[in-house]
Design a protein around this ligand. Structure first.
Ligand code: A2R
Length: 303
């Protein structure tokens, strides 16, 4: 399939594009060079690329940034999704579209007896979450008028290469800096009591590939590991992996209310056979090892 990927240079896009290629698809990646909010430019790109499927990753993906710059977030995430759906309807109306939404659209403030399934009411708490919930509404509306739209609600995912705006990457970067003697042993953290469900980015990419199959009904799907882990336990594991001890300081700027986001992915599993496979320990080790290398001082240059 000719698979157009928006946001192809981002964290997920960089893992998805080669994976599409190795699965025998033709990836057609676009990023900032085609502004997702430029309706005419985007429609022209869709007409030129003639995709059989579109995976829409382009977004401002940081919740923290959305709190300080909500207008930007609405423009890119909501109006960008609208431009994409309109462009596909006009130029590639038979293409399957995967809209990538987020588990942040839920607000579960205390542990629930079971992981959340797709029928859980949305209650988006941040501007980011609202843009993702609203984008999904547009997608479901477009599906009613004939587009082949799959809506994904992705739970947390991480891996080597992620920005340190995200929690695992942020902890891993700090722990690696302490380990390397580049930072004093003081960790800056947000709310350690929240519980999240972490996947490896490659597992998420596998789910997106599986959802391209037209035999899989167009629907709303969780991509989730169904295992809740307290953020404090993530931090403890990373300190153990690095062999460091540090004072933990709560940074009010990073602190958000406690939430519990653990997803039931049975619908995806039934439809595609998808299964997560990376143990959390391996995932944390990967992110930590990546920061040791990414932040390493440049090697000395000999004359
Ligand atoms: O903000 P940048 O310069 O990193 O570019 C991001 C790009 N992007 C845009 N592309 C076209 N037109 C725009 N106006 C525009 N604004 C941002 O989308 C970046 O290259 C890509 C998104 O990648 P990340 O921020 O690394 O997100 P990630 O982790 O790959 O997540 C993919 C999707 C997003 O929709 C998330 O909200 C969702 O999965 O969880």
């Amino acid at each position: 399939m000719r698979v157009m990927v928006t946001g192809a240079s981002g964290f997920v896009g960089r893992r998805l594009v080669p994976r599409l290629e190795s699965a025998g698809h033709l990836p057609l990646g676009i990023d900032r060079e085609v502004d997702i909010t430029n309706r005419e430019g985007l429609a022209a790109a869709i007409a030129r690329l003639r995709p059989d499927a579109v995976i829409h990753l382009a977004a401002l993906s940081s919740v923290a940034h959305s709190l300080t710059a909500p207008e930007d977030c609405y423009r890119v995430n909501f109006l960008g999704t609208r431009a994409l759906l309109d462009g596909v309807a006009a130029e590639a109306p038979t293409a399957r579209v995967l809209l990538i939404g987020s588990a942040d659209a839920y607000t579960a403030t205390s542990p629930q007896p079971l992981p959340l399934d797709e029928s859980t009411p949305l209650h988006p708490r941040s501007p980011y979450a609202r843009t993702k919930a609203a984008g999904e509404m547009l997608g479901r509306l477009a599906a009613r008028t004939g587009l082949d739209v799959v809506c994904v609600r992705a739970f947390n995912h991480t891996g080597a290469g992620q920005s340190d705006q995200f929690v695992v990457s942020s902890f891993a970067r700090q722990v690696a800096a302490i380990r390397s003697g580049r930072m004093e042993p003081r960790l800056h953290v947000g709310n350690l009591d929240s519980i999240r469900d972490f996947l490896h980015v490659d597992e998420v990419v596998d789910a997106y590939l599986a959802l391209l199959d037209r035999r899989v009904p167009a629907d709303v799907y969780h991509v989730a590991g169904s295992v809740g882990i307290k953020i404090r336990a993530v931090l403890d594991s990373l300190m153990r992996i690095a062999g460091v001890e540090a004072r933990v300081e709560v940074d009010p700027a990073r602190f958000r209310p406690t939430d519990w986001l653990v997803g039931d992915a049975s619908r995806l599993r039934r439809a595609t056979g998808w299964q997560p496979r990376v143990p959390l320990e391996a995932l944390l080790r990967e992110v930590y090892a990546d920061w040791l290398v990414r932040d390493a001082p440049p090697a000395p240059r000999w004359p």
